[in-house]
Design a protein around this ligand. Structure first.
Ligand code: 5MM
Length: 335
């Protein structure tokens, strides 16, 4: 494919992903994380249980009205439904774009072992080509930033290596015809306050966009998946209005308007909080980007509980999932 053809394919994929009122379902839990989720409802971490949960979500009646893309884990990209249909086909038949997590998880950062470094750049191009051939049209890479103000974290080296990894990944993906979702997640773990989250996220996004520029990543064909500006999980609470105002303030100060879409992660917020915050951010208005969701837990938690591994509960679980997806769709439309 020529560079121009690739460029227009990337643009078409972005356009589909940012369709008004739609967002992304993050169903890319690695096997270990999927196991924790299944265990929470008393189920063993078998391939069949992982497939059953994901099939239930992808085939829910009307899912395509609210979900534009699904981020898959490699196992799911090559998996078939209980009826033998490839799960990517189930999505594509509904007009939903299949995406793929291409990072392979985190390890301790050399020289600063309390910080995490995301791996997966080795052979990334070959893997992207394989994923493209399997139907994926966008990708995701998650960098993780830890706040511990007393310990001086994140360190400048931690932020820089996270940002450089995201930029290198994004460049490779664009060359392979996959729209890169750039996900620098500032974790909410810890006793820090909302101001600390704001300061760190500001710094992280500034460095990420500098590294993206150095790597010559085309901003018009990426999507950003940032955290919202929230207090640490053990920090002093903040009102939803304060979260929305701080989030928009940081994004306006750091994210160029050339970026077409901002698709938030939920980062451990409850389903209701994640929806409320998205709604308030969009109600503040004036954003140059499409602002929506790319939630994992905040779209799946209640559905997982309602299902709990019993096929007889599948329809009820699908209804719960659609309810969450619709509420977030409304929030993306500032309703
Ligand atoms: C769905 O969870 C994703 C995978 O996590 P692991 O690699 O640890 O299994 C995760 O990357 C997710 O896409 C984002 O963190 C957003 O999910 P949340 O639940 O925070 O919205």
């Amino acid at each position: 494919m020529s560079c121009t053809a690739k460029g227009s394919e990337l643009a078409r994929t972005v356009e589909a992903l940012i369709s008004p009122g739609k967002g992304i379902l993050a169903a890319d839990e690695s096997t270990g994380t999927a196991g924790k989720r299944l265990e929470s409802v008393g189920l063993p971490n078998t391939e069949d249980n992982r497939r059953a949960l994901r099939e239930l979500l992808f085939t829910a009646d009307g899912v395509e009205k609210f979900i534009s893309g699904v981020i898959l884990y490699e196992e799911t990209l090559f998996q078939a439904s209980s009826k033998g249909t490839p799960l990517t086909k189930e999505l594509a038949d509904r007009g939903i774009v299949p995406g793929i997590k291409v990072d392979i998880g985190t390890v301790a950062l050399v020289g600063s072992p309390r910080e995490l470094y995301t791996q997966g750049l080795d052979n990334l191009r070959q893997r992207c080509d394989k994923y493209y051939a399997a139907g994926a049209r966008f990708a995701k890479w998650r960098a993780v930033i830890t706040i511990d103000t007393a310990a001086g974290l994140p360190s400048p080296a931690g932020v820089r290596s996270a940002a450089a990894g995201l930029a290198a990944y994004a460049k490779v993906c664009q060359e392979a015809g996959l729209v890169p979702i750039v996900e620098p997640e500032v974790l909410a773990d810890g006793p820090h306050g909302i101001d600390d989250c704001e300061a760190v996220t500001h710094e992280v996004l500034s460095v990420v966009f500098r590294e993206l520029a150095i790597a010559k990543v085309q901003l018009e064909t990426i999507l950003l998946k940032p955290n919202m500006i929230v207090p640490g999980s053990k920090g002093p609470a903040a009102t939803p209005d304060a979260v929305a105002a701080a989030t928009l303030r940081v994004l306006r100060r750091t994210v160029p308007p050339a970026v077409p879409g901002i698709m938030f992660l939920s980062g451990g917020q409850s389903e209701e909080e994640a929806t409320k915050h998205l709604e308030l951010i969009n109600k503040l208005g004036g954003s140059p980007w499409y602002v929506s969701f790319s939630y994992g837990r905040a779209l799946q938690a209640s559905a997982l509980k309602a299902w709990s591994g019993d096929a007889a509960n599948a329809a009820a679980a699908q209804a719960v999932f659609i309810q969450r997806a619709e509420a977030n769709s409304q929030a993306a439309l500032a309703k």
